[in-house]
Ligand binder design. Structure first.
Ligand SMILES: Cc1ncc(COP(=O)(O)O)c(C=O)c1O
Length: 789
């Protein structure tokens, strides 16, 4: 495989066929695009296609909600269109662009008949961009003016003229922008439009009727009609670019019908091809089309208006504008909208539904959620693309002929994608960006390399896996191809005794059926060695662990048959593993000299909690700080009441998140015992469940987890009632943890804000549980604490 593509994990399991395609395309066609898609985890190579579904070269099925902007309005390989194409191929060919032909004549008549107002002329082209170019030339020759107004968020194509009419950045990139001639105004801003038009030097207003690349922003009120009126007032031509909005997609023939506008010219593309043969059109009124009489060869296009293309387009037009198709677009559009409206309130990151007929722009909280949803949809069987100029929005474009069964399945997959998204967002936001060129990492890598000699692995390949508290490398022995995980332990966290104790417990757990990687001893029988570097003179402890295959347990991958059921199965399993850990630790007698820290009252809520003085996080508001300090007092009292018993307190993993459980088939292995210590079992449980705390299905996950736990160990209803309090304690610990990581975790501050907001909402409930006297006590203590500061 081309070495630059090797880094993409999804290609590891790809077929030879797919790899070949990727290699060739990245060598010769669009390397930049391939890299971007693979970088976003999108590894689709379309092969079989039918209706509104297509399949990858490796057999994976996707619902096509991009439909190439409307090219597949009638579905992939619509059989009526295919039949027409085959029939045309048996009689015709491209034809000759200089001569009249019957297919051209019939298509032109049909277009004139089916477009709004008094249209007279048609220029047939092979692309929408070309049709837009002709529209600009037409306006210039008709008005004698050169300037054009377009929306600052519009896309009209990528040829020279249409490109200059669209986003400046790309045109400028090719040194092809003309800011003096293409003036940009904001959408839905009638004043800005008039301010430009009033100078009476504008030839054309190019209007993308519902700007697609901006995320299908809907025209407000009478905006489109008002713009047309202004055009009349200032003798400017009005072009409706209906490449994305035409041919029934709005539930009307054209967006122009939907908003009751009569354009001077209209550009039609994409769906006119029936998805089978490229063709587009510029349809215009008599006056702007006068140049066609004056200069018959004014615009010539070899493939534009090919005979075969015209036959296909005629058929596509007939089906798309049929009464049934238009009714279906309105009906199914409404049905999908109603379904989405039901899903939306359950997922706060899903902010807005923009819709007209079968055109949908789905807006998410921010770019991270927008791009994340594109991936989530992809993993759940839907191909939909983010809007190029606003990545918070997903373009969601069901085809014209979809039926109820398709829409139901679409909504099911969409809902799955939302659940997938919330399950994965933690990994997305807390995943730190590792820059291997960072000086610190380079130094640690050198130190790591020098340690390998102790295991007779000098010269083995090192690949960075994680750089957080500890730095972890994958080690590959180049002679035997055997793999290991090398951990470089952070400074000043654990003593040697604590590190040895961690290994002792992992071994004991492993012997009791809770699988953990084995720690590999050096020739001298050591678990830990100290390696040095000139800039780390104190050295770092290094340990080598058995390599564990498998994916993190929260990595759902592709779960096309229901994400929630899968999550429930996983959390149940997680609960049972937690119980296994606690069973083992309750019955285990640690060896002499065993030492681990304690997640006890002091470790969690004391003056110097293990993960930091969370109430001092600079992102907390004054009020939040005050509330959190009160909660801290109440929770300390609660921990005293709960007490430490062998049934509720003992050795815990303490970072028992799904990401620290690796699944290889049915085999689960626990990793990262760095935080293990003595603590409440409830804290373990709260840790596993915390990432899901604000999700709509949280209660169901708790039930599944507890069911799994109870299948192995007793757990009373009374104990379960303590979960909210322990969740709060875990949340506080998390805030403390993030306090020292604002640089390495890019979204850290935002996570703190979210956690703090979420937890503070529940602090009044916590206070409400107290008796009036207790509440007064808390108020008094917090008053004196504030005084002391
Ligand atoms: C609104 C709009 N206009 C014009 C075009 C350009 O069409 P083509 O890609 O066929 O040149 C597109 C393409 O996406 C479009 O969305």
């Amino acid at each position: 495989m081309n070495s630059s593509l090797r880094k993409y994990e999804s290609l590891n399991t790809a077929s030879e066929k797919k790899l070949k395609v990727y290699n060739a395309i990245s060598e010769h066609v669009y390397p930049g695009r391939v890299e971007k898609l693979l970088g976003g985890g999108i590894d689709f190579v379309p092969a079989k296609r039918e209706g509104y579904i297509w399949w990858d070269t490796d057999g994976r099925e996707l619902y096509d909600l991009h439909i190439n902007g409307g090219v597949y309005n009638l579905g992939h390989r619509n059989q009526e269109v295919v039949k027409e194409l085959v029939a045309a191929c048996n009689e015709l060919d491209i034809g000759n662009h200089h001569f009249p032909s019957e297919p051209k004549a019939l298509l032109a008549e049909a277009l004139i008949k089916n477009t709004p107002g008094e249209m007279q002329y048609v220029v047939l082209t092979s692309s929408g961009s070309e049709a837009n170019d002709v529209a600009v030339k037409t306006a210039r020759v008709t008005t004698g003016r050169r300037k054009v107004v377009a929306l600052d968020c519009a896309y009209h194509g990528r040829t020279g003229i249409s490109g200059a009419a669209g986003d400046d950045e790309t045109a400028r990139y090719f040194n092809s922008d003309s800011p003096d001639e293409f003036i940009k105004v904001p959408f839905n801003d009638i004043r800005a439009m008039e301010n430009v038009l009033k100078h009476r030097d504008i030839a054309l207003v190019m209007m993308e009727m519902i700007p697609a690349t901006a995320g299908f922003v809907m025209p407000e009120g009478n905006y489109l009609k008002e713009v047309k009126k202004l055009c009349e007032k200032y003798s400017t031509l009005f072009l409706a670019d209906e490449v994305q909005t035409g041919l029934g997609r709005t539930g009307y023939r054209w967006a122009s019908d939907c908003w009751d506008v009569e354009p001077d010219m209209i550009v039609i593309g994409k769906g006119l091809s029936g998805g089978m043969y490229p063709i587009s059109a510029l349809v215009m009124k008599k006056e702007p089309g006068a140049w066609l009489t004056d200069n018959g060869w004014g615009h010539v296009s070899t493939f534009g208006g090919s005979d075969i293309g015209c036959r296909v387009a005629l058929k596509a037009l007939e089906i798309s504008l049929s009464k049934e198709a238009l009714e279906n677009a309105r009906k199914q559009g409404g049905y999908i909208r109603a379904g989405l409206e039901k899903i939306k309130p359950r997922f706060p990151f899903f902010e807005e539904i923009r819709q007209q007929g079968l055109i949908f722009g789905l807006k998410f909280q921010d770019k991270m959620y927008g791009l994340g949803m594109m991936k989530a949809l992809y993993e759940n069987g839907i191909w939909a693309i983010g809007a190029g100029f606003d990545e918070t929005v997903i373009q969601f474009k069901p085809g014209l002929l979809v039926d109820k069964a398709y829409c139901d399945e679409l909504l099911r997959r969409f809902e799955n994608a939302c659940i997938w998204m919330v399950n994965s967002i933690n990994a997305l936001i807390s995943g730190s960006t590792i820059n291997e060129n960072d000086q610190e990492i380079k130094t640690i890598k050198k130190l790591a390399q020098s340690s390998l000699i102790k295991w007779n692995l000098n010269g083995a390949e090192l690949a960075l896996l994680k750089h957080r508290e500890n730095t972890v490398f994958k080690v590959t022995d180049t002679f035997t191809s055997k793999k290991y995980a090398l951990r470089i332990h952070r400074e000043d966290y654990h003593t040697k005794a604590a590190l040895e104790s961690e290994v002792n417990w992992m071994e004991a757990l492993d012997n009791n059926g809770v699988h953990c990687p084995k720690c590999i001893k050096t020739d001298k029988g050591e678990h830990f060695v100290v390696a040095y570097h000139t800039s780390i003179p104190a050295g770092r402890y290094c340990s080598l662990l058995e390599w564990v295959d498998g994916a993190p347990f929260d990595n759902l991958g592709r779960v096309e048959n229901g994400v929630l059921p899968e999550l429930l199965v996983r959390y149940k399993k997680l609960g049972s593993v937690a119980a296994d850990i606690h069973n083992q630790s309750e019955n285990w007698q640690p060896p002499k000299g065993f030492f681990r820290h304690s997640w006890d009252k002091e470790g969690l809520l004391g003056e110097n909690p293990l993960w930091g003085r969370f109430w001092e996080h600079p992102k907390l508001t004054k009020d939040q700080k005050r509330q959190i300090l009160k909660a801290r007092i109440v929770l300390k009292g609660l921990l005293d009441q709960v007490g430490k018993k062998s049934s509720n307190y003992g050795l815990i993993h303490a970072d028992f998140l799904p990401e620290n459980v690796l699944a290889d088939g049915d085999e689960l292995r626990l990793i990262d015992f760095d935080d293990c210590g003595y603590g409440w079992h409830m804290f373990e449980m709260a840790t596993s469940l915390f990432p899901q705390i604000s999700q709509p299905y949280f209660d169901e996950l708790v039930v599944a987890y507890v069911e799994g736990y109870r299948s192995r160990r007793d757990f009373s209803k009374e104990e379960l009632k303590l979960l909210p309090a322990f969740m709060m304690i875990r949340g506080f610990a998390y805030i403390g943890w993030l306090m020292t990581r604002s640089e390495s975790i890019p979204m850290g501050d935002r996570i703190v804000e979210e956690i703090a907001q979420g937890l503070c909402k529940h602090i009044p409930d916590l206070m409400a549980e107290l008796s009036p006297i207790q509440r007064m006590g808390v108020e008094l203590i917090s008053f004196y604490q504030n005084l002391r500061k």
